[in-house]
Design a protein around this ligand. Structure first.
Ligand SMILES: *Cc1c(COP(=O)(O)O)cnc(C)c1O
Length: 397
């Protein structure tokens, strides 16, 4: 049996290296930086002490601290249960599997998302069906219904940047058409839609503990929230080989458990930092909103008074985006693009037959968006500097 490779993929991998270490170092040079890895765990010795306990107790796999993190996150998301897994991507993948979604099924999601949303759908065996987004970067709910076929099983809305999607509308559509909703809430821990926490609207919701997410650990981790007990049990089963005990497998499945060592870090952040992380992001965003509101050349999202955005990203739509980014970088501000290419135009999406122009709003956003850092280490002076630079840039045009 000869192995068939996709030559284009092989070619694109020539010279490829593990780009993360290089990327993170390169990103580290700006005085006003998106990347704050070196500062966010300056209290590492406390965490190391707690990890020592895990080591001394040999409590490495699904240890007590994993249960504690699950309890805390369920409270944060306003759900009955949380099931800790290996990553945010696994959280989405396992949610789909637990709901019986796979081969032959279609899952509707936004084209304006991170690769993992789509990767999880494809890994589950289902076909991703893309939807355009609105100018607020979230899935355009008015376009969802036209995408539903008899194969559609679920909608995966993404609370992009920590801004809640229109969950009332999405739930209305999902119940009319008997579809599941899996929230990709990887940006949205502690965000609220009409005073209710993101993570509590779908059959399940998925969070990531990646080092650059709002609740972050020292590597990978993720968690699924749900209020349905049967679903919670099923998820606990399939994250752990389908075992009900050491000798009984009721469903051959998967291994995706949050490491106890990572759970120690997650619990430390939950106990000590999360409140401040969210509050600083919101405070910084409000300050930027007010300082930039009079600036020509940029558009700020209208803020819904009944929602709470948590600003995993602070994103603007701007004119002359690339020039602005260049100018900000020269002046020490790490402005970024999240992201320059929507999912339906990625090389990986070729086989689904989409083309340029299919989702004009998303395509336009990916050419006009810019993200400014608003994390907990950004100070008022940094905000003022960013705002001054942006005002200056548009005045000089
Ligand atoms: C980070 C992220 C994920 C995946 O999380 P990992 O923990 O990196 O696997 C999924 N969706 C969105 C929107 C994300 O930003």
């Amino acid at each position: 049996m000869s192995i068939k490779y996709d030559q284009a993929i092989i070619d694109s991998m020539i010279g490829m290296e593990n780009f993360y270490p290089i990327q993170y170092k390169k990103d580290n040079k700006f005085p006003i930086n998106h990347n704050y890895l070196s500062r966010q765990f300056s209290d590492y010795s406390e965490i190391l002490e707690k990890i020592k306990e895990v080591v001394l107790n040999n409590d490495f796999t699904l240890g007590r601290v994993v249960d504690e993190v699950e309890e805390l996150v369920a409270i944060e998301a306003g759900t009955k249960y949380a099931i800790a897994v290996g990553s945010g991507t696994d959280a989405i993948f396992l949610s789909l599997k637990a709901l019986g979604i796979g081969e032959g099924d279609e899952v509707i999601t936004t084209t304006y998302t991170f690769y993992a949303t789509v990767g999880a759908i494809v890994t589950a065996g289902a076909k991703p069906v893309f939807c355009d987004c609105g100018n607020d970067f979230n899935i355009d709910v008015s376009r969802i219904e036209s995408l539903i076929t008899r194969r559609t099983k679920a909608i995966v809305p993404v609370h992009w940047s920590g801004r809640p999607c229109e969950m009332d509308e999405i739930r209305k559509i999902s119940s009319q058409h008997s579809l599941y909703v899996i929230e990709d809430a990887c940006h949205a821990l502690q965000a609220e839609y009409k005073k209710k926490r993101c993570g509590s609207f779908g059959e399940t919701a998925c969070f990531s503990f990646h080092p650059l997410k709002n609740l972050n650990v020292w590597g990978d981790g993720g968690i699924i929230t749900t209020s349905e007990s049967a679903l919670a049990s099923k998820l606990k089963l399939i994250r752990n080989h389908g075992l009900t005990d050491r000798d009984t497998c009721v469903e051959f499945s998967y291994n995706s458990r949050l490491d106890s060592i990572q759970a120690v870090v997650a619990k430390h952040v939950l106990d000590n930092h999360l409140k401040n992380i969210t509050a600083s992001r919101i405070g910084n965003a409000q300050l930027l909103d007010s300082q930039l509101s009079s600036c020509s050349g940029i558009k700020i999202n209208t803020r819904c008074l009944y929602n709470k955005e948590v600003f995993h990203l602070y994103m603007l739509r701007v004119e002359k985006r690339d020039e602005l980014i260049e100018y900000l970088k020269i002046n020490g501000v790490d402005a970024k693009i999240h992201y320059p290419t929507a999912m339906h135009l990625q090389p990986a999406a070729k086989k689904y037959g989409y083309s340029k122009g299919d989702f004009p709003v998303a395509e336009n956003l990916s050419k006009s968006c810019v993200s400014l850092p608003v994390h907990e280490f950004i100070r008022k002076v940094d905000i003022e500097k960013m705002s001054d630079l942006i005002h200056k840039f548009y005045k000089s045009l």
